[in-house]
Design a protein around this ligand. Structure first.
Ligand SMILES: NC(=O)c1ccc[n+]([C@@H]2O[C@H](COP(=O)([O-])OP(=O)(O)OC[C@H]3O[C@@H](n4cnc5c(N)ncnc54)[C@H](O)[C@@H]3O)[C@@H](O)[C@H]2O)c1
Length: 259
């Protein structure tokens, strides 16, 4: 998709990866940008408005763990910008000591957001279609034992997004889905990993993650936004250490029909 003149909603836009994606979207000529997040970051907002005066940039407060808050946020966004072409589900949290919150933010919230966005974008009911980008993780590709709950939530994101890219759904909604799986990226999310492990006795394994190579959020954001222009429906992309790799999955099961 050519992003010039398009309308984008970015959830979790003030986060470490999100704030760099906002700049990338604006640098590519996005016309209306709505940032959904838990809290406003006035200085990021001001900097963006100063750097990209030709774009309209709005903030809408929301809590992705609250379904009503998601519904209201989309209502407000559409009141401001009329329609949106791209939705990025980029909220996240990693702390396996908080099991329910892990699932609520990383998986349930993302599913509710996606399902809330569909009627606005749905081509078969007068919408314009578009693209939904769901941020999973390398922990949504490989079981990641130190944060087993986070890994489960992110596997859910990968599976949900791949399922939503079904050609039958695409024909109906006119919406493409891509899954982005960043590797370890230098943001607050991965700070103090030993405090975030599923089990206290495995803290040392988590602390070891701190010694792993990581990429900058800037390079992750550049690759993510590039994929919104070049990614294909159903594509699952690993963005690790500055490289992009499309991930393919074997078909290990298919239904056997009676006739
Ligand atoms: N940093 C990494 O190493 C890494 C690796 C793989 C995947 N990811 C994923 O990338 C995405 C962005 O992560 P990040 O590293 O920028 O993290 P971050 O902590 O810097 O940003 C997360 C964003 O989510 C928002 N958020 C959290 N809880 C929320 C809630 N209840 N309601 C609304 N917003 C909420 C935060 O306010 C923040 O803006 C997440 O989905 C994360 O899981 C990150």
């Amino acid at each position: 998709m050519d992003l010039n003149g398009k309308n984008v909603i970015y959830e979790g836009g003030f986060g470490g990866i999100g704030q760099h994606c906002l700049k990338e979207f604006l640098a590519r000529g996005v016309k209306n940008l709505v940032i959904f997040d838990l809290q406003e970051n006035a200085s990021i907002l001001q900097n963006l408005r100063t750097s990209y005066p030709e774009a309209n940039i709005f903030f809408v407060q929301f809590d992705i763990t609250d379904k009503n808050s998601i519904t209201e946020a989309f209502k407000h966004a559409v009141e401001k910008i009329g329609h949106f072409d791209v939705l990025v589900n980029g909220c996240g949290m990693m702390d396996d000591t908080k099991v329910d919150l892990m699932i609520d933010i990383n998986l349930m919230g993302l599913i509710h957001s996606t399902l809330t966005a569909l009627p606005y974008m749905n081509k078969s009911t007068g919408g314009r279609g578009g693209l939904i980008v769901n941020i999973s993780s390398v922990a949504g590709l490989e079981p990641t034992a130190v944060v087993a709950v986070y890994s489960a939530a992110k596997h859910g994101v990968t599976a949900f997004t791949r399922a939503m890219a079904n050609p039958h759904f695409f024909e109906h909604f006119g919406i493409s889905f891509i899954t982005i799986c960043p590797g370890i990226t230098e943001t607050g999310l991965v700070a103090h990993p030993h405090e975030k492990a599923t089990f206290k006795f495995a803290e040392a394994l988590a602390a070891r993650l701190d010694t792993a190579e990581r990429q900058s959020p800037e390079v992750c954001a550049q690759n993510l936004v590039e994929l919104t222009t070049s990614g294909k429906n159903g594509g699952v992309y690993m963005l690790d250490l500055g490289e992009v790799k499309e991930i393919t999955f074997p078909t290990v099961w298919a239904p056997v029909f009676k006739s």
